[in-house]
Design a protein around this ligand. Structure first.
Ligand code: TEU
Ligand code: CA
Length: 561
């Protein structure tokens, strides 16, 4: 019971794009309820919902204006309670996304705080005087522009690491912290099974707000993360948060969203005794070299970087923590478009990518639509985009004199909207997502790529995900096995073993669109075994072959002698 989050599989739902039950064009809670059978057949049981609290939706719900309610476009509190009850009846768990680094500027706390310098809520946010008539420092917001907004009425600036409608809470103030804890307890008392703690790594800042060094691109190091990720009081805040909330509940699953946290620092968040969270949702493995720090420059990601980072995390947490393994989320482009080959090896590469991280030690995490190989979207016009980061980046670039086509190329490659188009259920209008006009356009490839089609096709990506997830249930080694990297220097093949009570799993993934030889020396002693799964129908049934075809993935099982 207590280990359900280790044995299960997480599925991230982007609420507004998942399933629309009342045809207003926006996905909703009753839409999720209508798909419990789908989750069951896929084999996932930990449902992670994007924020469902009231929000003006400047950042699609990551700008919360009331932590205690359900946003009406998503449904009612009764709908939410029914979802909880039904999910539990099906042996599933509901995780809520909680955003406590900042609130919406429409939250009543901020409305109060901004009224006057002596308002009782003034200190709930981070207000500072300007410096020589300018912003207090040179930090850039994650979503472009300064992190400071000026308020004429009180002649002070307020800090926002993200958009100007997402104002950072002042965690230095203990009333703020108490309000956060109270909120969490309220939802846990309702029966919610845990939280994804959004950008929890940024709650403690250097309160003297030093200027960030200037990079060779002539801008402050974007976005000055050294002064606010894992800041000076982070450990103290996390300890208190754990003591006041999570220590009082059994069986919760807490995911620390941990952009900017390297493996070496992860135990601060996930140590099995003192960490606040069970897993850290890290970003190292999907991030490329930040280069000059300019947003969405050429992607320098390599398979070698990926396997080195994954290995580092596997090792760093093997004794005192647990991993969550993923490649996609609502903040990332679609994996088959980014890391695979959409045109030549669409199915093969989508299945190989899934294999590469589902067989690692840790809880696998599937982002909606990944299991049917949904791809990036290319809208021609910036007006069709909805993501605040994308829109700001475009207008910033235009003001700086960049060419629209250059900016659009970057957006097509990296915009977060790539993964936010509606879920493709079938080939009917709007992909079966809604009979109304969807809040963001459907990817036109839905007639080919959709759930209904793939349910019929034994060789589909969807069936492959089902098989991968089923292996987890059948072979304890998939869950509990120790991880060992093989062929550490190979720049195209990610090969590893998992070992548990004499059982061995051998996982081989070719990340390239060409045939690759395996250096068999390193795999000596692993001949034979039984093929459990491959993305090629004619893969050798026992191991010995030394060549992997383009994007080939194979999983072999060796029983104890
Ligand atoms: O993301 C935190 C975060 O680091 C991202 O904003 C990241 O910098 C950006 O997506 C890169 O493209 C969380 C949520 O996952 C994200 O959706 C929110 O926009 C953000 O926090 C603010 O709440
Ligand atoms: Ca709806």
């Amino acid at each position: 019971m207590g280990q359900w989050w280790k044995t299960g599989v997480a599925y991230q739902i982007y609420t507004q794009s998942f399933m629309d039950s009342n045809n207003d064009g926006i996905g909703d809670i009753n839409g999720i309820r209508s798909r419990l059978g789908y989750f069951k057949s896929l084999g996932v049981n930990i449902l992670v919902l994007g924020p469902v609290n009231p929000s003006p939706m400047h950042d699609n719900g990551y700008d919360i204006s009331n932590y205690l309610k359900i946003m009406d476009i998503y449904g009612t509190m009764e709908d939410f309670e029914s979802l909880l009850r039904e999910a539990h009846e099906h042996g599933m768990y509901i995780i809520m996304d909680m955003v406590f680094n900042h609130t919406s500027d429409k939250h009543e706390w901020f409305i109060e705080s901004s009224k006057s310098r002596d308002n009782p809520k003034r200190d709930w946010y981070i207000w500072r005087d300007g410096k020589n008539g300018k912003e207090p420092n040179n930090w850039e917001s994650v979503f472009s522009g300064s992190v400071w907004s000026y308020f004429k009425n009180t002649k002070q600036y307020v800090l926002h690491l993200y958009s100007e409608n997402q104002i950072d809470l002042n965690w230095e103030n203990s009333d703020v912290r108490q309000a956060v804890y109270k909120t969490c307890k309220l939802w846990l008392d309702k029966g919610v099974d845990g939280f994804r703690l959004d950008t929890i790594t940024t709650i403690s800042k250097y309160t003297d707000f030093p200027d960030a060094p200037i990079t060779n691109a002539g801008r402050p190091y974007q976005p000055a993360t050294q002064y606010y990720i894992n800041g000076p009081r982070i450990k103290e805040y996390l300890d208190e948060f754990k003591r006041e909330v999570f220590d009082k509940y059994d069986n919760t699953f807490v995911i620390a969203e941990a952009n900017g946290v390297p493996a070496e620092k992860a135990l601060l968040y996930v140590d099995k005794d003192y960490g606040i969270a069970n897993v850290a949702f890290q970003w190292e493995h999907i991030e490329s070299d930040p280069g000059t720090g300019k947003k969405w420059d050429e992607d320098t990601w390599t398979p070698l970087h990926f396997k080195q980072v994954m290995t580092k995390w596997q090792k760093a947490l093997e004794n005192r923590g647990w991993n969550v393994n993923y490649m996609s989320s609502h903040d990332q482009p679609r994996i088959v478009s980014r890391f695979g080959d959409e045109s030549h090896y669409y199915k093969e590469s989508a299945k190989m990518l899934a294999t590469s991280f589902h067989m690692l030690r840790g809880t696998p995490w599937v982002f909606q639509g990944e299991e049917i190989g949904m791809t990036n979207i290319k809208f021609d016009k910036i007006e069709d985009y909805r993501c605040v980061e994308t829109i700001n980046m475009y207008h910033d670039g235009i003001s700086a004199g960049e060419k629209p086509e250059v900016l659009m190329e970057k957006i097509h490659r990296k915009s977060r909207d790539n993964s936010r188009t509606p879920m493709q259920w079938d080939d009917s209008e709007n992909a079966g997502f809604s009979k109304g006009t969807p809040w963001i356009n459907v990817n036109p490839n839905y007639r080919k790529i959709n759930v209904a089609e793939q349910q019929k096709d034994e060789q589909s990506i969807l069936h492959y995900y089902q098989s991968l997830i089923a292996l987890r249930k059948e072979y304890p080694v998939v869950i509990w096995g120790d991880f060992t990297l093989l062929l550490p220097e190979d720049d195209s093949i990610f090969a590893y073993t998992r070992q548990y009570k004499g059982d061995t799993l051998l996982v081989l993934c070719n990340f390239h669109g060409e045939e690759r030889m395996l250096l068999s020396d390193a795999l000596q002693g692993l001949e034979g075994g039984e093929l459990l799964l491959s993305n090629y129908v004619d893969a050798p049934l026992s191991f010995g072959n030394t060549t992997l075809r383009p994007y080939e993935a194979r999983i072999y099982h060796f029983k104890p002698d």
